[in-house]
Write a new protein. Structure first.
Ligand SMILES: NC(=O)c1ccc[n+]([C@@H]2O[C@H](COP(=O)([O-])OP(=O)(O)OC[C@H]3O[C@@H](n4cnc5c(N)ncnc54)[C@H](O)[C@@H]3O)[C@@H](O)[C@H]2O)c1
Length: 430
Protein backbone atom coordinates (compact mmCIF):
# COMPACT_ATOMS: atom_id res chain seq x y z
CA UNK A 1 0.00 0.00 0.00
CA UNK A 2 1.50 3.27 -1.11
CA UNK A 3 -0.19 5.98 0.87
CA UNK A 4 -0.25 4.01 4.09
CA UNK A 5 1.27 6.88 6.03
CA UNK A 6 -1.76 9.05 5.30
CA UNK A 7 -4.43 6.37 5.58
CA UNK A 8 -6.70 7.60 8.35
CA UNK A 9 -9.61 5.85 10.00
CA UNK A 10 -12.94 6.73 8.40
CA UNK A 11 -15.17 7.71 11.27
CA UNK A 12 -17.70 10.47 10.76
CA UNK A 13 -15.78 12.61 13.27
CA UNK A 14 -13.02 13.18 10.74
CA UNK A 15 -15.24 13.65 7.69
CA UNK A 16 -14.66 17.38 8.02
CA UNK A 17 -10.91 16.77 7.73
CA UNK A 18 -11.53 14.49 4.77
CA UNK A 19 -13.30 17.28 2.86
CA UNK A 20 -10.74 19.97 3.68
CA UNK A 21 -8.81 20.65 0.43
CA UNK A 22 -5.84 22.06 2.33
CA UNK A 23 -5.45 18.87 4.37
CA UNK A 24 -5.86 16.78 1.21
CA UNK A 25 -3.13 18.74 -0.54
CA UNK A 26 -0.88 18.52 2.51
CA UNK A 27 -1.36 14.77 2.86
CA UNK A 28 -0.31 14.26 -0.74
CA UNK A 29 2.61 16.65 -0.34
CA UNK A 30 3.75 14.74 2.78
CA UNK A 31 3.60 11.36 1.02
CA UNK A 32 5.53 12.64 -2.00
CA UNK A 33 8.14 14.50 0.08
CA UNK A 34 8.72 11.43 2.27
CA UNK A 35 9.10 9.14 -0.72
CA UNK A 36 11.53 11.60 -2.35
CA UNK A 37 13.39 11.87 0.97
CA UNK A 38 13.39 15.64 0.64
CA UNK A 39 15.35 17.21 3.47
CA UNK A 40 13.47 19.20 6.12
CA UNK A 41 14.74 22.56 4.89
CA UNK A 42 13.56 21.98 1.32
CA UNK A 43 10.21 20.72 2.62
CA UNK A 44 9.83 23.95 4.59
CA UNK A 45 10.56 26.03 1.49
CA UNK A 46 8.12 24.06 -0.66
CA UNK A 47 5.38 24.14 1.96
CA UNK A 48 5.52 27.88 2.51
CA UNK A 49 4.09 30.42 0.06
CA UNK A 50 6.63 32.97 -1.21
CA UNK A 51 4.36 35.99 -0.86
CA UNK A 52 0.85 36.73 0.38
CA UNK A 53 -0.96 39.98 -0.17
CA UNK A 54 -4.19 41.06 1.54
CA UNK A 55 -5.98 44.12 0.16
CA UNK A 56 -9.08 45.93 1.37
CA UNK A 57 -10.96 47.41 -1.54
CA UNK A 58 -13.31 50.34 -1.10
CA UNK A 59 -16.04 50.22 -3.75
CA UNK A 60 -19.01 52.52 -4.35
CA UNK A 61 -22.15 50.38 -4.79
CA UNK A 62 -24.88 51.29 -7.28
CA UNK A 63 -27.12 52.67 -4.50
CA UNK A 64 -24.43 55.11 -3.35
CA UNK A 65 -23.27 53.12 -0.31
CA UNK A 66 -19.55 52.63 0.17
CA UNK A 67 -18.50 49.03 0.86
CA UNK A 68 -15.10 47.51 1.62
CA UNK A 69 -14.22 44.10 0.13
CA UNK A 70 -11.22 41.96 1.10
CA UNK A 71 -9.04 40.44 -1.60
CA UNK A 72 -6.03 38.14 -1.62
CA UNK A 73 -3.24 37.20 -3.96
CA UNK A 74 -0.85 34.44 -2.97
CA UNK A 75 2.27 33.46 -4.88
CA UNK A 76 3.19 30.01 -3.67
CA UNK A 77 6.29 29.62 -5.83
CA UNK A 78 8.08 31.56 -8.54
CA UNK A 79 11.04 29.17 -8.68
CA UNK A 80 10.24 27.93 -12.22
CA UNK A 81 8.75 31.14 -13.64
CA UNK A 82 6.03 33.72 -12.99
CA UNK A 83 3.24 32.65 -10.63
CA UNK A 84 0.16 31.39 -12.49
CA UNK A 85 -3.35 30.84 -11.21
CA UNK A 86 -6.93 32.00 -11.18
CA UNK A 87 -8.87 34.63 -9.28
CA UNK A 88 -12.14 33.56 -7.68
CA UNK A 89 -15.01 35.65 -6.37
CA UNK A 90 -17.08 33.98 -3.65
CA UNK A 91 -18.41 34.73 -0.16
CA UNK A 92 -16.35 31.93 1.43
CA UNK A 93 -12.95 32.82 -0.08
CA UNK A 94 -10.30 32.66 2.65
CA UNK A 95 -6.56 33.16 2.81
CA UNK A 96 -6.16 29.51 3.79
CA UNK A 97 -8.07 28.34 0.73
CA UNK A 98 -6.17 30.68 -1.60
CA UNK A 99 -2.86 29.39 -0.15
CA UNK A 100 -3.83 25.76 -0.78
CA UNK A 101 -4.99 26.50 -4.33
CA UNK A 102 -1.78 28.46 -5.09
CA UNK A 103 0.34 25.46 -4.05
CA UNK A 104 -1.86 23.22 -6.19
CA UNK A 105 -1.04 25.43 -9.20
CA UNK A 106 2.70 25.09 -8.53
CA UNK A 107 2.43 21.31 -8.74
CA UNK A 108 0.12 21.41 -11.77
CA UNK A 109 2.43 23.67 -13.79
CA UNK A 110 5.45 21.58 -12.81
CA UNK A 111 3.84 18.27 -13.77
CA UNK A 112 3.21 19.47 -17.33
CA UNK A 113 6.63 21.16 -17.26
CA UNK A 114 5.53 24.65 -18.29
CA UNK A 115 7.66 27.55 -17.04
CA UNK A 116 5.33 28.87 -14.37
CA UNK A 117 5.12 28.75 -10.61
CA UNK A 118 1.83 28.74 -8.75
CA UNK A 119 -0.43 31.54 -7.56
CA UNK A 120 -4.06 32.15 -6.73
CA UNK A 121 -6.25 35.09 -5.85
CA UNK A 122 -9.71 35.80 -4.56
CA UNK A 123 -12.09 38.46 -3.42
CA UNK A 124 -14.68 37.86 -0.70
CA UNK A 125 -17.93 38.91 -2.37
CA UNK A 126 -21.22 37.41 -3.54
CA UNK A 127 -21.39 37.86 -7.34
CA UNK A 128 -25.11 37.00 -7.80
CA UNK A 129 -25.90 39.94 -5.49
CA UNK A 130 -23.70 42.39 -7.42
CA UNK A 131 -24.41 44.23 -10.66
CA UNK A 132 -21.97 44.10 -13.59
CA UNK A 133 -20.84 47.64 -12.89
CA UNK A 134 -20.20 46.82 -9.21
CA UNK A 135 -18.21 43.75 -10.28
CA UNK A 136 -16.27 45.90 -12.71
CA UNK A 137 -15.40 48.42 -9.98
CA UNK A 138 -14.35 45.63 -7.57
CA UNK A 139 -12.18 44.09 -10.30
CA UNK A 140 -10.53 47.35 -11.30
CA UNK A 141 -9.78 48.45 -7.73
CA UNK A 142 -8.51 44.96 -6.81
CA UNK A 143 -6.23 45.09 -9.87
CA UNK A 144 -4.96 48.55 -8.94
CA UNK A 145 -4.22 47.33 -5.39
CA UNK A 146 -2.24 44.28 -6.57
CA UNK A 147 -0.64 46.12 -9.52
CA UNK A 148 2.93 45.91 -8.16
CA UNK A 149 2.51 42.23 -7.43
CA UNK A 150 1.31 40.96 -10.84
CA UNK A 151 2.62 41.33 -14.40
CA UNK A 152 3.60 39.20 -17.41
CA UNK A 153 6.97 38.40 -15.85
CA UNK A 154 5.77 38.22 -12.24
CA UNK A 155 2.35 36.69 -11.76
CA UNK A 156 -0.28 35.99 -14.41
CA UNK A 157 -3.89 35.59 -13.15
CA UNK A 158 -6.70 33.78 -14.98
CA UNK A 159 -10.44 33.14 -14.47
CA UNK A 160 -11.65 30.82 -11.71
CA UNK A 161 -14.96 30.41 -9.88
CA UNK A 162 -17.32 33.34 -10.73
CA UNK A 163 -14.79 35.18 -12.87
CA UNK A 164 -14.66 35.00 -16.66
CA UNK A 165 -13.35 36.49 -19.91
CA UNK A 166 -14.93 39.85 -19.11
CA UNK A 167 -13.22 39.95 -15.69
CA UNK A 168 -9.89 39.25 -17.42
CA UNK A 169 -10.55 42.03 -19.95
CA UNK A 170 -11.13 44.51 -17.07
CA UNK A 171 -7.93 43.37 -15.33
CA UNK A 172 -5.94 43.64 -18.55
CA UNK A 173 -7.30 47.13 -19.21
CA UNK A 174 -6.72 48.40 -15.66
CA UNK A 175 -3.21 46.98 -15.54
CA UNK A 176 -2.44 48.48 -18.98
CA UNK A 177 -3.74 51.92 -17.92
CA UNK A 178 -1.37 51.91 -14.94
CA UNK A 179 1.53 50.57 -17.03
CA UNK A 180 0.81 53.22 -19.70
CA UNK A 181 0.96 50.57 -22.41
CA UNK A 182 -1.17 47.62 -23.48
CA UNK A 183 -0.04 44.53 -21.59
CA UNK A 184 -2.13 41.63 -22.89
CA UNK A 185 0.11 38.98 -21.26
CA UNK A 186 -0.77 40.08 -17.70
CA UNK A 187 -3.75 37.69 -17.63
CA UNK A 188 -4.92 34.66 -19.59
CA UNK A 189 -8.43 33.50 -20.37
CA UNK A 190 -9.13 36.77 -22.21
CA UNK A 191 -11.56 37.13 -25.11
CA UNK A 192 -9.85 36.18 -28.41
CA UNK A 193 -10.35 39.77 -29.63
CA UNK A 194 -8.05 40.96 -26.80
CA UNK A 195 -5.28 38.39 -27.20
CA UNK A 196 -6.97 35.24 -25.93
CA UNK A 197 -5.92 31.92 -27.46
CA UNK A 198 -7.86 29.82 -29.88
CA UNK A 199 -8.67 26.44 -28.37
CA UNK A 200 -8.70 27.70 -24.74
CA UNK A 201 -12.35 26.96 -24.02
CA UNK A 202 -11.95 23.35 -25.19
CA UNK A 203 -8.49 22.83 -23.73
CA UNK A 204 -9.28 21.17 -20.39
CA UNK A 205 -11.77 18.69 -21.90
CA UNK A 206 -9.38 18.03 -24.79
CA UNK A 207 -6.57 17.39 -22.32
CA UNK A 208 -8.77 14.83 -20.51
CA UNK A 209 -9.31 13.01 -23.79
CA UNK A 210 -5.61 13.02 -24.67
CA UNK A 211 -4.54 11.48 -21.35
CA UNK A 212 -7.41 8.96 -21.47
CA UNK A 213 -6.20 7.94 -24.96
CA UNK A 214 -2.78 7.29 -23.44
CA UNK A 215 -4.27 5.24 -20.63
CA UNK A 216 -6.18 3.11 -23.16
CA UNK A 217 -2.97 2.40 -25.05
CA UNK A 218 -1.26 1.38 -21.84
CA UNK A 219 -4.10 -0.93 -20.82
CA UNK A 220 -4.65 -2.36 -24.31
CA UNK A 221 -8.16 -0.91 -24.76
CA UNK A 222 -9.80 0.55 -27.88
CA UNK A 223 -11.85 3.75 -28.08
CA UNK A 224 -14.79 2.08 -29.83
CA UNK A 225 -15.34 -0.48 -27.08
CA UNK A 226 -14.63 1.92 -24.22
CA UNK A 227 -17.60 3.06 -22.15
CA UNK A 228 -17.29 6.49 -20.56
CA UNK A 229 -19.31 7.94 -17.67
CA UNK A 230 -18.96 11.69 -17.10
CA UNK A 231 -20.11 13.61 -14.04
CA UNK A 232 -20.64 17.29 -14.88
CA UNK A 233 -21.77 18.57 -18.29
CA UNK A 234 -20.18 22.03 -18.03
CA UNK A 235 -17.02 23.39 -19.58
CA UNK A 236 -14.75 20.44 -18.76
CA UNK A 237 -17.27 17.55 -18.81
CA UNK A 238 -19.27 18.89 -21.76
CA UNK A 239 -16.19 19.48 -23.90
CA UNK A 240 -14.68 16.11 -22.96
CA UNK A 241 -17.99 14.41 -23.85
CA UNK A 242 -18.27 16.19 -27.19
CA UNK A 243 -14.68 15.56 -28.26
CA UNK A 244 -14.57 11.96 -27.02
CA UNK A 245 -17.89 11.06 -28.67
CA UNK A 246 -16.57 12.53 -31.91
CA UNK A 247 -13.38 10.49 -31.52
CA UNK A 248 -15.33 7.22 -31.22
CA UNK A 249 -15.69 6.66 -27.47
CA UNK A 250 -19.06 5.41 -26.18
CA UNK A 251 -20.29 8.08 -23.76
CA UNK A 252 -22.86 5.90 -22.01
CA UNK A 253 -23.83 8.21 -19.17
CA UNK A 254 -23.81 11.89 -18.23
CA UNK A 255 -24.51 12.85 -14.63
CA UNK A 256 -25.64 16.34 -13.63
CA UNK A 257 -26.80 17.86 -10.34
CA UNK A 258 -30.47 17.29 -11.26
CA UNK A 259 -30.33 13.84 -12.89
CA UNK A 260 -28.43 11.34 -15.02
CA UNK A 261 -29.04 10.08 -18.54
CA UNK A 262 -27.91 6.69 -19.90
CA UNK A 263 -27.67 4.93 -23.24
CA UNK A 264 -25.76 1.63 -23.48
CA UNK A 265 -25.02 2.27 -27.17
CA UNK A 266 -23.57 5.72 -26.50
CA UNK A 267 -25.33 9.07 -26.16
CA UNK A 268 -25.61 11.56 -29.03
CA UNK A 269 -23.77 14.35 -27.21
CA UNK A 270 -24.58 17.14 -29.66
CA UNK A 271 -28.29 16.25 -29.41
CA UNK A 272 -28.07 16.12 -25.60
CA UNK A 273 -26.50 19.58 -25.56
CA UNK A 274 -29.36 20.90 -27.70
CA UNK A 275 -31.88 19.20 -25.42
CA UNK A 276 -30.35 20.87 -22.38
CA UNK A 277 -30.31 24.25 -24.15
CA UNK A 278 -34.02 23.90 -24.95
CA UNK A 279 -35.24 22.43 -21.65
CA UNK A 280 -32.64 23.57 -19.12
CA UNK A 281 -31.90 19.98 -18.06
CA UNK A 282 -30.32 16.78 -19.38
CA UNK A 283 -33.27 14.76 -18.02
CA UNK A 284 -36.14 13.68 -20.28
CA UNK A 285 -33.79 13.25 -23.25
CA UNK A 286 -35.35 11.10 -25.99
CA UNK A 287 -31.97 9.57 -26.91
CA UNK A 288 -31.47 7.92 -23.52
CA UNK A 289 -33.14 6.87 -20.28
CA UNK A 290 -33.11 8.76 -17.00
CA UNK A 291 -31.34 6.85 -14.24
CA UNK A 292 -30.67 7.47 -10.54
CA UNK A 293 -28.03 10.18 -10.37
CA UNK A 294 -26.59 9.02 -7.05
CA UNK A 295 -26.03 5.47 -8.30
CA UNK A 296 -24.86 6.41 -11.81
CA UNK A 297 -21.24 6.95 -10.81
CA UNK A 298 -20.97 3.38 -9.53
CA UNK A 299 -21.99 1.55 -12.71
CA UNK A 300 -19.49 -0.69 -14.47
CA UNK A 301 -17.49 1.27 -17.05
CA UNK A 302 -14.02 1.52 -18.52
CA UNK A 303 -13.62 5.28 -17.92
CA UNK A 304 -15.12 7.55 -15.28
CA UNK A 305 -14.51 11.29 -15.56
CA UNK A 306 -15.62 13.26 -12.50
CA UNK A 307 -15.74 16.78 -13.96
CA UNK A 308 -18.12 18.64 -11.67
CA UNK A 309 -16.75 19.37 -8.22
CA UNK A 310 -14.40 18.31 -5.43
CA UNK A 311 -14.86 15.52 -2.85
CA UNK A 312 -17.27 13.28 -4.78
CA UNK A 313 -15.22 10.10 -4.30
CA UNK A 314 -14.60 9.55 -0.61
CA UNK A 315 -13.74 6.97 2.03
CA UNK A 316 -17.47 6.22 2.15
CA UNK A 317 -17.99 5.31 -1.51
CA UNK A 318 -14.60 4.64 -3.18
CA UNK A 319 -15.00 0.87 -2.68
CA UNK A 320 -18.15 0.98 -4.86
CA UNK A 321 -16.49 2.39 -8.01
CA UNK A 322 -16.41 -0.07 -10.91
CA UNK A 323 -14.22 1.75 -13.38
CA UNK A 324 -10.93 0.70 -14.91
CA UNK A 325 -9.71 4.28 -15.46
CA UNK A 326 -10.48 7.36 -13.37
CA UNK A 327 -9.64 10.58 -15.20
CA UNK A 328 -9.97 13.50 -12.77
CA UNK A 329 -11.38 16.36 -14.84
CA UNK A 330 -12.38 18.32 -11.72
CA UNK A 331 -9.96 19.58 -9.12
CA UNK A 332 -9.86 17.31 -6.08
CA UNK A 333 -12.76 14.94 -6.94
CA UNK A 334 -11.17 12.23 -4.75
CA UNK A 335 -10.38 12.85 -1.12
CA UNK A 336 -7.02 11.69 0.16
CA UNK A 337 -8.91 9.18 2.34
CA UNK A 338 -10.16 7.56 -0.88
CA UNK A 339 -6.66 7.23 -2.38
CA UNK A 340 -5.59 3.99 -0.68
CA UNK A 341 -8.97 2.35 -1.38
CA UNK A 342 -8.68 3.12 -5.08
CA UNK A 343 -5.06 2.06 -5.10
CA UNK A 344 -5.97 -1.31 -3.56
CA UNK A 345 -8.73 -1.76 -6.15
CA UNK A 346 -6.17 -1.22 -8.93
CA UNK A 347 -8.06 1.70 -10.51
CA UNK A 348 -5.81 3.43 -13.04
CA UNK A 349 -5.97 7.04 -11.85
CA UNK A 350 -5.05 10.00 -14.01
CA UNK A 351 -4.69 12.55 -11.19
CA UNK A 352 -6.20 16.02 -11.45
CA UNK A 353 -2.90 17.88 -11.57
CA UNK A 354 -2.21 16.00 -14.81
CA UNK A 355 -5.69 15.23 -16.19
CA UNK A 356 -7.07 18.78 -16.13
CA UNK A 357 -3.79 20.58 -16.87
CA UNK A 358 -4.84 21.15 -20.50
CA UNK A 359 -6.42 24.44 -19.39
CA UNK A 360 -3.31 25.93 -17.85
CA UNK A 361 -1.24 24.59 -20.74
CA UNK A 362 -3.27 26.57 -23.28
CA UNK A 363 -3.13 29.54 -20.87
CA UNK A 364 0.62 29.21 -21.17
CA UNK A 365 0.22 29.27 -24.97
CA UNK A 366 -1.91 32.41 -24.63
CA UNK A 367 0.85 34.10 -22.61
CA UNK A 368 3.48 33.03 -25.19
CA UNK A 369 1.34 34.32 -28.10
CA UNK A 370 0.68 37.64 -26.35
CA UNK A 371 4.37 38.16 -25.72
CA UNK A 372 5.22 37.17 -29.30
CA UNK A 373 2.41 39.31 -30.71
CA UNK A 374 1.81 36.41 -33.08
CA UNK A 375 -1.26 34.21 -32.85
CA UNK A 376 -1.43 30.54 -33.69
CA UNK A 377 -4.08 28.60 -35.58
CA UNK A 378 -6.40 26.37 -33.55
CA UNK A 379 -4.71 23.34 -35.11
CA UNK A 380 -1.31 24.50 -33.89
CA UNK A 381 -2.69 25.06 -30.37
CA UNK A 382 -4.26 21.59 -30.34
CA UNK A 383 -1.13 19.89 -31.70
CA UNK A 384 1.11 21.54 -29.13
CA UNK A 385 -1.36 20.75 -26.36
CA UNK A 386 -1.32 17.11 -27.43
CA UNK A 387 2.48 17.02 -27.38
CA UNK A 388 2.65 18.44 -23.84
CA UNK A 389 -0.14 16.24 -22.44
CA UNK A 390 1.29 13.05 -23.98
CA UNK A 391 4.80 13.83 -22.73
CA UNK A 392 3.48 14.64 -19.27
CA UNK A 393 1.45 11.44 -19.10
CA UNK A 394 4.52 9.44 -20.15
CA UNK A 395 6.66 11.26 -17.56
CA UNK A 396 4.17 10.45 -14.78
CA UNK A 397 3.73 6.77 -15.62
CA UNK A 398 7.49 6.34 -16.11
CA UNK A 399 8.01 7.91 -12.68
CA UNK A 400 5.35 5.61 -11.21
CA UNK A 401 7.01 2.55 -12.74
CA UNK A 402 10.49 3.60 -11.68
CA UNK A 403 9.54 4.29 -8.06
CA UNK A 404 6.85 1.62 -7.70
CA UNK A 405 4.15 4.11 -6.71
CA UNK A 406 0.68 4.94 -8.01
CA UNK A 407 0.10 7.68 -10.58
CA UNK A 408 -1.07 10.30 -8.12
CA UNK A 409 1.94 9.93 -5.91
CA UNK A 410 4.17 9.86 -9.00
CA UNK A 411 2.67 13.12 -10.29
CA UNK A 412 3.28 14.83 -6.94
CA UNK A 413 6.80 13.39 -6.66
CA UNK A 414 7.65 14.48 -10.19
CA UNK A 415 6.42 18.02 -9.62
CA UNK A 416 8.02 18.41 -6.17
CA UNK A 417 11.25 17.09 -7.61
CA UNK A 418 11.15 19.60 -10.49
CA UNK A 419 10.46 22.57 -8.22
CA UNK A 420 13.10 21.44 -5.69
CA UNK A 421 15.61 21.05 -8.49
CA UNK A 422 14.94 24.60 -9.72
CA UNK A 423 15.41 25.94 -6.18
CA UNK A 424 18.67 24.02 -5.71
CA UNK A 425 20.03 25.25 -9.06
CA UNK A 426 19.09 28.86 -8.35
CA UNK A 427 20.42 28.64 -4.79
CA UNK A 428 19.07 30.52 -1.82
CA UNK A 429 19.71 34.25 -2.26
CA UNK A 430 20.75 35.89 0.97
N1 LIG B 1 -12.73 25.11 -16.84
C1 LIG B 1 -11.43 24.78 -16.79
O1 LIG B 1 -10.65 25.09 -17.68
C2 LIG B 1 -10.92 23.96 -15.64
C3 LIG B 1 -9.54 23.70 -15.58
C4 LIG B 1 -9.05 22.89 -14.56
C5 LIG B 1 -9.93 22.37 -13.61
N2 LIG B 1 -11.26 22.67 -13.68
C6 LIG B 1 -12.13 22.08 -12.65
O2 LIG B 1 -13.12 21.27 -13.26
C7 LIG B 1 -14.32 21.30 -12.50
C8 LIG B 1 -15.50 21.74 -13.38
O3 LIG B 1 -15.17 23.03 -13.92
P1 LIG B 1 -16.01 23.64 -15.14
O4 LIG B 1 -15.22 24.79 -15.62
O5 LIG B 1 -16.40 22.56 -16.09
O6 LIG B 1 -17.29 24.17 -14.36
P2 LIG B 1 -18.76 24.38 -14.97
O7 LIG B 1 -19.48 25.18 -13.95
O8 LIG B 1 -18.70 24.83 -16.38
O9 LIG B 1 -19.36 22.88 -14.99
C9 LIG B 1 -19.62 22.12 -13.85
C10 LIG B 1 -20.86 21.28 -14.13
O10 LIG B 1 -21.04 20.36 -13.07
C11 LIG B 1 -22.42 20.35 -12.72
N3 LIG B 1 -22.56 19.93 -11.34
C12 LIG B 1 -22.48 20.67 -10.21
N4 LIG B 1 -22.69 19.92 -9.12
C13 LIG B 1 -22.90 18.67 -9.56
C14 LIG B 1 -23.17 17.45 -8.92
N5 LIG B 1 -23.28 17.36 -7.60
N6 LIG B 1 -23.35 16.36 -9.69
C15 LIG B 1 -23.26 16.42 -11.02
N7 LIG B 1 -23.00 17.56 -11.69
C16 LIG B 1 -22.83 18.67 -10.98
C17 LIG B 1 -22.88 21.76 -12.97
O11 LIG B 1 -24.29 21.80 -13.12
C18 LIG B 1 -22.14 22.11 -14.24
O12 LIG B 1 -22.83 21.76 -15.41
C19 LIG B 1 -14.03 22.21 -11.29
O13 LIG B 1 -13.51 21.39 -10.27
C20 LIG B 1 -12.91 23.09 -11.83
O14 LIG B 1 -12.10 23.61 -10.78
C21 LIG B 1 -11.77 23.46 -14.67
Amino acid sequence: MILEATMPSTTSSNLEDEFNPRLSAEARFDSAAAKLQLDDGMQKVLRTPSRELIVHIPVMLDDGRLEVFTGYRVQHSIARGPAKGGIRYAPDVSLDEVRALAAWMTWKCAVVNIPFGGGKGGVICDPPLLSDSELERITRRYTAEIFDFIGPEKDVPAPDMNTNEQTMAWIMDTYSMHARQTQAAVVTGKPIALGGSRGRSEATGRGCMIVTDQALRRLGLERGSTRVVIQGFGNVGGMAARLMARAGYKIVCIIEWDGAVYNAKGLDIAALMNHRKETGSITGFAGGEDIDKTEAMFQETEVLIPAAKENVITSQNAHRLRTRILCEGANGPCTHFADPILSDKGVFIIPDILANAGGVTVSYFEWVQDRQGYFWSEQMVNDRLEEIMVNSFQDVVAYADKHGVNNRLAAYMLSLDRVAQAIRLRGIYA
